[in-house]
Structures are given as structure tokens and as C-alpha cells.
Design a protein around this ligand. Structure first.
Ligand code: UD1
Length: 422
């Protein structure tokens, strides 16, 4: 297995291009199942999660081609052969469950494996099921699979979600595009990836309003047609690389970045003493004087502080002046990076969903292990700010969500290399 070797060094300078959003692409790809006509995505990120979704769609009989070095994904679901999402693929990636709503809407039937436990929490699918049942689906759990049926087709309904789940919102919105009548989804998630999905569905002929607010209204149509859509910028990759100059010092411009994608996060950086400025081409982030100040963080659904940036923010707080409290409210088990950061000399105490971090003057390089996608990149950030060498193992997690991470960080002066495993 490959590992990443990082050697702590001084300030960073230069530019990093930000890719299209993994989480947007993973919901845009299943949208192809809603139509017989081709759907083409541009600005797609080159990631292993995208390959997993490609394999899943192909297992259903969809044609999926990767063009222009993976940045364009051309799909057609003209001749689907199966409505079953197999456990062998779903267990690799929870987002596989996003085929449920589209398959059910187009064919009145879908069989989708439950994703099972994953490293950062239980992550059930009850909110997806409740929403689809509100649209008239009959769903049963058998042998670990959700068997969903809507023999007479789905029917629009008013439904309020108990929690603003991102994936459930996406599944319900996609299903409702082909339902009879109007669906009003209340307490919907407001993430930019959902806005991006709705913009794509609208290009395909869907009638939807209210995306980006907590009430989304969908007027069902008989069929959707083909479209070409550009994937929105990855706000989590953006936020991650905004932390690079924050933790190492220097000035880095994140090409394609927009403050509106990371507002609550940028406010925290500002409070910590990091400058964030919108430029013509992106966001310029600089830390010029001394250590950053500690800030408290509570993760929340968008527009709150994203859970997917909590681990990386913790890495920054490890070297901040003072004590910060990080509260994780989205996932119940998302501090697995904390013991690894402690191995690098960080001072962190975890009690339930709260981590208290007292900043130290400097971290020390160590061999550490990535436990999930965002944890792995937090260890790289910490290693860039540490004295000596840090080796991050199990980097396959990283390949799920960060394209060309070594090249991008090297480009701004970080000392980082990928070591090929046996
Ligand atoms: C998406 C993102 C993920 C991000 C998360 C929260 C994708 C592919 N992934 O995941 O990177 O961390 O949003 O911003 O877009 N829950 C239930 N029942 C359900 C569904 C969810 O209890 O039916 C719980 C989950 O266990 C979790 C919380 O709700 O504790 C948030 O989950 P959700 O918003 O659904 O996240 P995902 O769509 O899985």
C-alpha cells in the first residue's frame, strides 16, 4: 500500500487549482438513470469514488465513458439491464445509495443494498426511505437489501424530513422529478451540491424551485431529456487547501474558489487571524504574522461549518495560540484523526462529540495512519507544519477525494512525495 511522506517546511506560495466537487459529481452521475437520453458532465474530478460510481452505473447497464483525461463523463442510460445495486459495490461507498430514487422513479422498482456501517458512524437510510414512502413507494428490507416498488408510479406529496440529510434530499428530489403532481420537500438540505444537482435536473427538463432553501418544490414531468452540465467547484477541497497557507504561513491563491461556497469556514479563518480575499480568479489566503488564534467550531448542515472540514480545522487548531473546542454534530464517531494528531505532539482531549484542543508551539513528525478521507488530509496538513518527517499510511482514503494531492501541494512549495507500497 502506498504512503505519503511529508517533511515540514516553511511558508507556501503560489496557486492551486480546485477541482469539481466529488459530492456533486456523485449525485449528478445517478441522475443519468432518470432519462433515456445522454447526460454529460464536465469539470469532473479524477477520483476513485467516481470510478466506483462508474462501475455501479455500468453494472446497471448504463454506458459511462471517461473523456479528456477523466474531466468529462459521458453517460447514457438508454438500455439499462438491471435495477439492483449490489452489496459488493455499495459497501465500498455510501453514495451508491443515490441510485435508489432515480431507479424507482424511472422503472417503478429498485433493489439497493444498505451501505452498512462505515468508519465515521452508523449512517442509516431511514430518512431516504421515509421520503420515498411519502411519494407512494413500498419499501421492504430483505437480506440486507432495500426492495422498493411503486407499481402505479410515484405521486407527489408534502413531506418534512426529520433531519436535513444531504443524500436523502438528493434521492427524494430526483425521484420527485418523474412523480405525478407536485412534491413539497420541507427541511431539505441546502448544500451547494444540491443546488448543482437541481440546476442539472432543470437542464434535463425538470421543474424545480426553492433549491438552496429549506423548502424545495418539484412539479413532476413525464420524462427528462439529455443535458450537459459543469460540476460545481469542490468546496471541501477548497477549504482543505485554504488551510495549507493558514497552517504553514505564506500566501496561496485557490483558483476557482468562491467565498459563498465556504462562508462559515472563511469566517472562522478570519477570526483565527488568517486573511481570505476574493480575487478575479479565486480566493487568496494568507497568514503573514505569527501563530493563528484558537477558535471554537460547531459542525452543522450548510450554511453552517461543514463536518467534512472538521478534521482539517483540528490540524490547524493544534498549532494555534490558546484552547479551542470543536463540536461534531453531524457524525457520532468523527474524531479518529485526534489520536493520530496526538502522536505528532498535539494536545487534544475527546469527550463524546467534543474535542478540546490546546495549541502547541510546534508539532513533531511521526508515522501516522489515515482512518478516513478527511482525516487523511488533516494528517498531511499537520505534517506540513511539523518538525521533521511524517509518513501517512493507508492513503487509499485520500485517493477517494483528492486528485493530484502531491502535485498540487508541491506546486506551492510543500515537501511531499508518494512512496509506492510493496
Ligand atoms: C453527505 C456527503 C458527506 C458529508 C455529509 C454531511 C456525499 C456523497 N457525501 O453524506 O461527505 O459528510 O453529507 O455533510 O454527498 N442520517 C440518518 N438517516 C438517513 C440519512 C442520514 O440518520 O437516512 C444521518 C447520518 O447517519 C449522519 C447525518 O444524518 O449522521 C448526515 O448524513 P447525510 O446528510 O445524509 O450525509 P450523506 O448524504 O451520507
Amino acid at each position: 500500500m502506498d504512503s505519503i511522506l511529508v517533511t515540514g517546511n516553511g511558508p507556501l506560495n503560489g496557486q492551486i487549482p480546485i477541482a469539481g466537487a466529488k459530492n456533486a459529481c456523485l449525485t449528478l452521475m445517478p441522475a443519468t438513470l432518470l432519462s433515456e437520453e445522454p447526460l454529460t458532465l464536465t469539470n469532473a474530478p479524477r477520483l476513485s469514488d467516481i470510478k466506483t460510481m462508474t462501475a455501479l452505473l455500468q453494472s446497471l447497464g448504463a454506458e459511462v465513458s471517461s473523456l479528456q483525461d477523466g474531466q468529462v463523463i459521458a453517460m447514457s442510460s438508454h438500455d439499462l439491464t438491471s435495477q439492483t445495486a449490489d452489496y459488493e459495490i455499495v459497501r465500498k461507498m455510501r453514495a451508491s445509495n443515490l441510485v435508489l430514487g432515480p431507479l424507482l422513479a424511472r422503472f417503478g422498482e429498485a433493489v439497493v443494498s444498505l451501505p452498512g456501517g462505515c468508519a465515521i458512524g452508523a449512517r442509516p437510510m431511514d430518512l431516504h426511505v421515509e421520503g420515498l414512502e411519502a411519494l407512494g413507494a413500498e419499501i421492504e428490507l430483505e437480506d440486507g437489501y432495500l426492495h422498493a416498488k411503486a407499481p402505479g408510479g410515484l405521486k407527489g406529496a408534502v413531506h418534512e424530513m426529520r433531519f436535513a440529510s444531504v443524500g436523502a434530499t438528493e434521492n427524494i428530489v430526483m425521484a420527485a422529478t418523474l412523480a405525478k403532481g407536485t412534491t413539497v420537500l420541507k427541511n431539505a438540505a441546502r448544500e451547494p451540491e444540491i443546488v448543482d444537482l437541481v440546476e442539472c435536473l432543470r437542464k434535463m427538463g425538470a421543474q424545480i424551485s426553492g433549491e438552496g432553501t429549506s423548502t424545495i418544490e418539484i412539479q413532476g414531468v413525464d420524462r427528462l431529456h439529455g443535458a450537459t452540465h459543469q460540476v460545481v467547484t469542490d468546496r471541501i477541497e477548497l477549504g482543505t487547501y485554504m488551510l495549507a497557507p493558514a497552517i504553514c504561513g505564506g500566501e496561496v491563491e485557490l483558483l476557482g474558489g468562491r467565498v459563498s461556497l465556504v462562508e462559515s469556514f472563511a469566517e472562522k479563518l478570519d477570526a483565527a487571524g488568517v486573511d481570505v480575499v476574493q480575487t478575479k480568479n479565486g480566493l487568496k489566503v494568507a497568514r503573514k504574522n505569527g501563530r493563528v488564534r484558537s477558535v471554537d467550531v460547531v459542525t452543522e448542515p450548510f450554511p453552517g461549518f461543514p463536518t467534512d472540514l472538521q478534521a482539517q480545522m483540528m490540524a490547524l487548531m493544534c498549532t494555534a495560540e490558546g484552547t479551542s473546542v470543536l463540536e461534531e454534530r453531524i457524525f457520532e464517531n468523527r474524531f479518529m484523526h485526534a489520536p493520530e494528531l496526538v502522536r505528532m505532539g498535539a494536545n487534544i482531549e475527546v469527550h463524546g462529540g467534543t474535542a478540546t484542543v490546546t495549541g502547541v508551539e510546534s508539532l513533531k513528525g511521526a508515522p501516522v495512519m489515515a482512518t478516513d478521507l478527511r482525516a487523511s488530509v488533516s494528517l498531511i496538513l499537520a505534517g506540513m507544519a511539523a518538525e521533521g518527517e511524517t509518513t501517512v499510511s493507508r492513503v487509499y482514503h485520500l485517493d477517494r477525494g483528492y486528485e493530484h494531492v502531491v502535485r498540487k501541494l508541491e506546486g506551492v512549495g510543500a515537501k511531499i512525495e508518494r512512496i509506492k507500497g510493496q
